[in-house]
Design a protein around this ligand. Structure first.
Ligand SMILES: C[S@@+](CC[C@H](N)C(=O)[O-])C[C@H]1O[C@@H](n2cnc3c(N)ncnc32)[C@H](O)[C@@H]1O
Length: 280
């Protein structure tokens, strides 16, 4: 894949009406993980989200806008910022937008950004910080929802452990509702995670259906690593054994477990309870 920036001269505005255009083809390919990995980029849709990304210091490589939105002042501003930073702006037909997003009624704006991952070795836990570690999370909707929740509660970020779904897939980015730009992400093999954890300090709390302690009974003072299990299999023994505590969220009905993102939300609100107050 030649990469979106290289195809047109940086800082340019181009009009494109064909799905056969090579830059458009490269952007469309970003729905496939292999091409996201090769290019190290991903796609996000929506004007609000793209403005938020810019405000958080992300740079747009390629901005795609519906021709019909050219005169929209906010879209014009984003286009100007993209060109000023050396990015490429494509003004495209409705057909091209639909083709890129594979959606009827697509958003009028989408942008291509560079992926960001923090090396796990750079993560140093500081007081009160909370990281969520996800063991082999499979569902992009769950992952995006967890990233959104991590952002909402003011947790530090997400560590993807083992073979997980891609946080930069279109589905995960959509489900994160923009929080993908505000949340630090790290990824590593389980053995690397366990090795990092040994020197990381803090409290590692795993959640487990065989957990011995009610999640409300744990003292979450200090930095916390919240470890959540895979949707089908839960936490494997080696990860569960490395936890300081294994927490259970009690249930009363027939369901045998909570959805992963719901369980993560319940845990995060308890861990961050003292930091989350309604004021006024
Ligand atoms: C859908 S559950 C996995 C169910 C899996 N069949 C099992 O046996 O663990 C996904 C993850 O959410 C968390 N989880 C869900 N319900 C929970 C509960 N009631 N108590 C503690 N953790 C829970 C755990 O981390 C679990 O590994």
């Amino acid at each position: 894949m030649s990469g979106q920036r290289g195809k047109g001269a940086p800082g340019q505005v181009k009009e494109v009406t064909s799905l056969a255009n090579p830059i458009v083809k490269d952007i469309r390919a970003l729905s496939v993980k292999k091409y996201r990995d090769q290019s190290g980029t991903f796609m996000a849709e929506g004007l609000k989200l793209v403005i938020e990304a810019l405000d958080l210091g992300w740079e747009i490589r390629t901005l795609v806008i519906a021709k019909s939105q050219k005169t929209n002042a906010a879209v014009g501003k984003v286009a100007a910022r993209t060109v000023a930073a050396g990015g490429l702006v494509l003004e495209v037909s409705e057909k091209v937008l639909t083709g890129i997003t594979r959606r009827d009624n697509p958003q009028a704006v989408l942008a291509v950004f560079e992926q960001r991952f923090v090396p796990i070795s750079d993560i140093r836990l500081t007081d009160g910080e909370v990281w969520v570690a996800l063991d082999r999370v499979r569902d992009p909707g769950n992952l995006g929802t967890i990233i959104r929740t991590v952002d909402a509660v003011g947790a530090a970020g997400v560590i993807l452990v083992g073979d997980t779904t891609d946080p930069y897939s279109l589905e995960a980015v959509r489900a994160s509702m923009g929080s993908i730009f505000a949340t630090q992400l790290a990824k590593c093999a389980a053995a690397v995670f366990l090795n990092w954890r040994k020197g990381a300090g803090g409290l590692m709390v795993g959640t487990h259906l065989k957990g011995a302690v009610d999640y409300r009974e744990i003292d979450y003072a200090g930095p916390v690593i919240l470890l959540m299990g895979n949707e089908q299999q839960g936490l494997p023994d080696d990860l569960a054994d490395a936890c300081d505590r294994l927490a259970l969220i009690p249930q009363a009905g027939r369901a045998d477990s909570l959805n992963l993102s719901v369980a993560t939300g319940v845990m995060l609100y308890e861990i961050r309870r003292s930091a989350l107050k309604v004021t006024g």
